[in-house]
Structures are given as structure tokens and as C-alpha cells.
Write a new protein. Structure first.
Length: 444
């Protein structure tokens, strides 16, 4: 019925009208596809594709209860008891019979409670006169804060809640008021976090210097608007250092300012041209991200409306090259890796030559071709990963935080955030507890 109706409508129109209408529909289709690519493309995180998730399609989600096959499991370490309570009875609770006899006991260790105690200390600060100079001064205790009335434990916990727990300032004030019985306003909570960042700033500057000495660094960037205006948060990560830096541009000399012209390590990145320009200008080793490349190739080859076996083979061949890269990295002999490095470049060149003639793959092939030998740096230098996953994982803490707060408002807020995210990220990479480390830093 629908086809007959359309056929009747078309029969009433002239050839020119039908062609004009087709062109108009085609242009509208192109416009809609271009708009859709802003939200659905190889770089769109899975969290954004809510309409693609099973629950959005009415399908069942979740898995069967219980451990997965082959999962070893992990038992929580038992806490040492602070005290011991002997639990006895005079009768059997089931029967009420009092004719009973003790035969042994069973240990049950329970975390019964925890205490939150507000401690308020009064300091009688004595006044002294320097008899040599006549100067009057007041003695200070090492636990007295240099500014304000809150000690290091309050300062550390407020900052931990903000930058690790991602709690907004008014909720931090509410937690202290209602849980700890410490009256606090929202501006005070914000001021506390600013004070902590000022104290931690020297440590942040040390990280900036040390990151230049690292053997491998992975870099990435993500949007971080300041009060609605475009801005970017850049991240530079090694195995033991996390460095976050806010910058107004997604380019320029930001990488040069952080890593320096004399950086001797290997830089891992996605395909953003700023990294490539920096590395080529100063002769620095670069490793392009294979995860990004595979997603790009898969998007074109496997998600097309019409199934094309030659395109599917292109994707499988590209994935096979990546598997060869992973195997080559395991070889201990540097000489053998150098030989495989040359062979892999030749293999990728063959892939490029075969598929450069495919109109559908032209843009993707050019992207791979522009990567040159940067796809295989990780074969010669196994210390750098073939993907940029480390940087993406580390930036995720900010991305979740950004979704909660919307955006930062001031330059001071950016300085506070980049300092604390860097310290917390670094401590976690080193296997240290951020809250304990922050208390130690504030007490120094």
C-alpha cells in the first residue's frame, strides 16, 4: 500500500521535479549524517552512546549471579581486634534447657563501630621579648594552622572529598556540619581546598621538572571550559608521575613548555597533530595509539550498511599487524626487534597500497599513512605501550568530575584543580594512599 501511494504521487510529478526533490533529500541526508558524526564516531566514549545500550533497545542486561568461571576471588584482610568480649549463656535458646555444659568457643571478629570525635585545642601562645633586638614575638605550636582555625586533618579530608570523592563544596560543608559537628560554610570549604593547593604547589612544581626526566610519557587532552569559555586540560603521565595542566588552547607550545626541547624519552599519544609537530621539530621519539587506529578502521570497514568482504578483510589484516606488534614487543633480542620493525613497516605499506584505491577507506588510509613509522616505535622501545590507554584512564577522573561540576569558574580554580589532581594521581600510580600522603604533606 505504501509503495502504491508513493508511486501514484511520483507519477503526478515531472522528471525535473523528482530530480530536484531527490537532490534536496540527499543534501538533507548529508547534513544529518554530518551532525550525527559529532555524537557518534570512533572517538565517542561508550557512556555517550546510551541509545546503543541493550537496555535502550529493550534487551535483558546483567549476568548470572555468582563468580565468573576461572575467577580466583579475593578475601578481605581481617582487622586486628581492639578488645575481646566473652559471650556466654545459661540456657539453650532453642529449648530453654538450663542443663548445659561448655565445650569450646568460635571466634567472630566484627567491625562493631567507628568513632568520629571533634577535638578542639586551646593554645595559650606566650609572648616573648628578644633582649638583644627588643623584638616582641609570640610562640607558635607546630600543629597550629598558619591560616584559619582548621587543622591538617580537616584540611586533608576536605580536599580528599573534593578531588578524590568528587564532592561539590556545599556538600563538603554539609558533611562536616552534620557528620563531624564542625560548622562550615560553602565558601569556607572552597577556601580550605585553595589553601591546601597552595601548600602543595611546590610538590606540583617538582612533578613538572621530574616528568622531563621520564623514559616514557603518555600525553592526552580533553575539554575543560572555564566559565563557559573554551579551555583544555592536558595530561602527561609516566609510570610514576601524573601531571595535569590547564591551557587555553588545544595546540601551541604547551608540550614544549611541559616536556622541554631536550626531552630524551618516548612520547605516546593519539593522532593529534600537536604531538607530531613537537616530536619532528625536536627529534623526539613518538608512538601513535593503535587503539585509536583500530577504532577508525573498524568504523569504516565493519559498520557500513552493506557488508563488503574485502573491507572486512582490511580490518582483520590491520588487526593482525597489531597482533604482530604485540608479539614482537615480547622478544628480548634488540637485533631481532629491529628486524621485525622493518618487516612491520613493509607490511603496513602493503596494507596502505592495497586499500588506498578504496574510496571508502581513503581518509582512514591517509591517517594511517601520515603516522609513518610512529606506529612501531614500541617495537624498538618496549617500555612504551602501543596504545595511549594510560593517559585516557588517568584523564577519566577529570571527565567524571567535569560532569558533576559543569565547569570551573576562575583561573585560581584551575590552578587548585591541576595541582591536586596531579598529586592524587601520582600517589595512586605509586601505590600510596592519597589521604595519608596529604596529611603528611600538610603536617610537614
Amino acid at each position: 500500500m505504501i509503495l502504491r501511494t508513493i508511486s501514484k504521487e511520483l507519477s503526478k510529478k515531472s522528471k525535473k521535479e523528482i530530480i530536484d526533490e531527490y537532490i534536496e533529500l540527499y543534501l538533507e541526508k548529508e547534513k544529518l549524517e554530518k551532525e550525527l558524526k559529532k555524537y557518534k564516531n570512533p572517538h565517542t566514549p561508550s557512556s555517550k552512546n546510551s541509545f546503543d545500550k541493550p537496555q535502550a533497545q529493550g534487551l535483558r542486561v546483567g549476568r548470572k549471579e555468582g563468580k565468573k568461571s576461572g575467577h580466583k576471588g579475593k578475601t578481605r584482610a581481617k582487622d586486628a581486634p581492639n578488645n575481646t568480649v566473652e559471650v556466654t549463656t545459661d540456657f539453650n535458646p532453642k529449648t530453654g534447657n538450663k542443663n548445659i555444659k561448655p565445650t569450646g568457643y568460635v571466634e567472630e571478629v566484627t567491625i562493631t563501630d567507628f568513632e568520629i570525635v571533634k577535638v578542639v585545642t586551646k593554645y595559650n601562645c606566650h609572648e616573648y621579648r628578644d633582649l638583644n633586638t627588643g623584638e616582641i614575638f609570640i610562640a607558635r605550636h607546630k600543629d597550629m594552622p598558619k591560616r584559619g582555625i582548621f587543622g591538617k586533618n580537616v584540611l586533608a579530608l576536605a580536599s580528599y572529598l573534593r578531588f578524590e570523592g568528587r564532592v561539590v563544596f556545599d556538600k563538603i560543608a554539609s558533611i562536616f556540619a552534620n557528620v563531624f559537628d564542625i560548622s562550615m560554610t560553602t565558601p569556607t570549604a572552597m577556601d580550605i581546598c585553595t589553601r591546601v593547593a597552595e601548600k602543595a604547589k611546590p610538590q606540583y612544581e617538582i612533578l613538572k621538572k621530574k616528568v622531563r626526566e621520564e623514559k616514557t610519557v603518555n600525553g592526552d587532552e580533553t575539554s575543560a571550559n572555564r566559565n563557559g569559555l573554551p579551555s583544555w586540560l592536558w595530561g602527561f603521565f609516566s609510570l610514576t608521575i601524573a601531571l595535569f595542566v590547564f591551557n587555553q588552547k588545544r595546540g601551541g607550545d604547551i608540550i614544549e613548555r611541559i616536556l622541554g626541547k631536550n626531552f630524551k624519552g618516548v612520547l605516546g599519544s593519539d593522532g593529534w597533530s600537536t604531538y607530531k609537530v613537537f616530536c619532528e621539530e625536536f627529534g623526539i621519539l613518538l608512538q601513535r595509539c593503535w587503539a585509536h587506529a583500530i577504532r577508525e578502521v573498524k568504523e569504516v570497514c565493519m559498520n557500513s550498511k552493506r557488508k563488503d568482504k574485502s573491507l572486512e578483510f582490511a580490518y582483520k589484516w590491520f588487526c593482525d599487524i597489531f597482533e604482530q606488534v604485540k608479539e614482537a614487543r615480547k622478544i628480548k633480542s634488540q637485533e631481532m626487534r629491529e628486524q621485525l620493525y622493518v618487516e612491520l613497516i613493509e607490511e603496513l605499506d602493503r596494507w596502505i597500497q592495497v586499500y588506498s584505491t578504496y574510496r571508502t577507506l581513503r581518509k582512514t588510509v591517509n591517517m594511517i599513512k601520515n603516522g609513518k613509522e610512529y606506529w612501531f616505535t614500541c617495537v624498538l622501545y618496549p617500555e612504551i605501550e602501543p596504545t595511549n590507554n594510560l593517559a585516557e584512564r588517568m584523564l577519566r577522573s577529570w571527565i567524571v568530575f567535569r560532569k558533576i561540576i559543569g565547569c570551573l569558574r576562575t583561573e585560581k580554580g584551575e590552578q587548585t584543580t591541576e595541582t591536586m589532581l596531579s598529586l592524587f594521581g601520582t600517589w595512586k600510580l605509586r601505590g600510596l594512599h592519597p589521604h595519608i600522603q596529604l596529611k603528611s604533606l600538610l603536617g610537614a
